[in-house]
Design a protein around this ligand. Structure first.
Ligand code: FAD
Length: 348
């Protein structure tokens, strides 16, 4: 029998873990996966985006090639979340999604916006004027999914390990270094979030606030000044995320209390407070995180290095890493398979 081959996945965020789990059924008996990462579920680091996310599933209308490809990835993730929501403890839960826009951008007013981005969602319905608050001119409801990010990534890691996956805590200087971390490595899958010195990569700072107040649905509100607010309940009594800012290239690691106050003030205008709350938010903690973005969108690409070595890239999901996670993982795995890096037939 030939020497065992190790496929390395760099990154234990939602993208690396989803990709590793998605790839496992396609391995030959002679192959195994080793995830190599600096940060892991259960730990917190400003540069580890996954634990900080909202996160809920919400369509993002757009007319660019990036919007079209993310929409395809999002649709597949929606179906995947539907299955995962049935698994107790996965951290994914079905809920109602509501969007209220006061001044909808052009992409929301396109004649085909519903067919392209919404009608595939279970329970989708455009809201009538009578169902929407004053000042809201565009509104929809649909069945969606909320994710408790720390719980979901821990669940993915557990699934990966139970299926025979290996892990190694290590900080890499470059993806090429990963070829030396196990015997016979021919394939490295780079799910490092921000990539390694990719000039197209950048971060988008986000500040949100986690509150104890329960919320029965996710609510996305676009305000008349064009800013967006949202409330995302975290399954398994994880509180509710009130968000949020999107600040490209902003490296400020500090929490700004005036930003918290503004977020909570805006949200208080529409948040469905319970009578016991007295109309006040009960803050658990402030969150500052860095979304790993990339000009032109996620990099999903195979890079042949020669010498039989290949790096398959899957990083740069910006603010939609959860919503498109399974679609991105499937696209990365399709590249791995298309390049003959795992056998054509599943070994299962
Ligand atoms: C405030 C906030 C709110 C968000 N809200 C949402 C939302 O509502 N919906 C949604 O879908 N998404 C949301 N996101 C975005 C989402 O969190 C990200 O898109 C997603 O987590 C990216 O996952 P990732 O695995 O690519 O990167 P990460 O989670 O950053 O993981 C990267 C992994 O690579 C490892 N790594 C990096 N460099 C090295 C190295 N040199 N050596 C070894 N390992 C390395 C890290 O240690 C880590 O394990 C939000 C993000 C933030 C910050």
């Amino acid at each position: 029998m030939s020497e065992k081959e190790t496929i390395i996945v760099i990154g234990a965020g939602v993208i690396g873990l989803s990709t590793a789990v998605c790839l496992q059924p396609h391995l030959s008996p002679n192959q195994s996966i080793l995830i190599v990462a600096r940060d892991w579920p259960g730990t917190l680091n400003l540069n580890y985006a996954s634990p900080w996310a909202g996160a809920h599933y919400r369509p993002v209308p757009g007319s660019t090639a990036q919007a079209a490809s993310e929409e395809q990835q999002a649709r597949r993730t929606y179906q995947h979340f539907k299955a995962q929501a049935k698994i107790p403890g996965s951290g994914i839960e079905g809920t109602e999604g509501i969007e209220h826009l006061e001044s909808p951008p052009a992409d929301y007013l396109a004649t085909d916006v519903f067919d392209k981005f919404y009608t595939h969602l279970d329970g989708f319905r455009k809201l009538s004027a009578l169902e929407m608050p004053k000042d809201v001119t565009w509104g929809v409801r649909y069945d969606t999914f909320c994710v408790n990010p720390p719980v979901y990534i821990a669940y993915l890691l557990r699934r990966f390990i139970l299926k025979g996956g290996q892990t190694k805590e290590y900080t890499l200087a470059s993806p090429q270094e990963a070829f030396y971390l196990a015997p016979n490595v021919k394939t490295v899958i780079n799910c490092s979030g921000v990539g390694f010195k990719d000039p197209k990569s950048y971060i988008i700072r986000g500040q949100t606030c986690l509150v104890r107040n329960p919320c029965p649905n996710t609510l996305t509100r676009q305000n008349s000044d064009g800013s967006w607010s949202f409330a995302v309940p975290r399954p398994l009594e994880g509180g509710t995320i009130i968000g949020g800012t999107k600040q490209p290239h902003d490296w400020d690691p500090r929490v700004h209390l005036e930003v918290r106050e503004k977020l909570l003030r805006e949200a208080a205008k529409w948040f469905p407070f319970t009578p016991e709350s007295g109309g006040k938010f009960d803050v658990i903690r402030d969150i500052v995180g860095r979304r790993p973005a990339r000009e032109g969108g996620t990099r999903i690409e195979a890079e042949k290095l020669g010498d039989g070595k290949t790096i398959v890239h899957g990083y740069g999901t910006a603010g939609r890493g959860y919503e498109i996670s399974w679609g991105v993982a499937e696209d990365v795995v399709a590249l791995v398979r298309g390049n003959g890096l795992v056998p054509e037939r599943a070994s299962l």
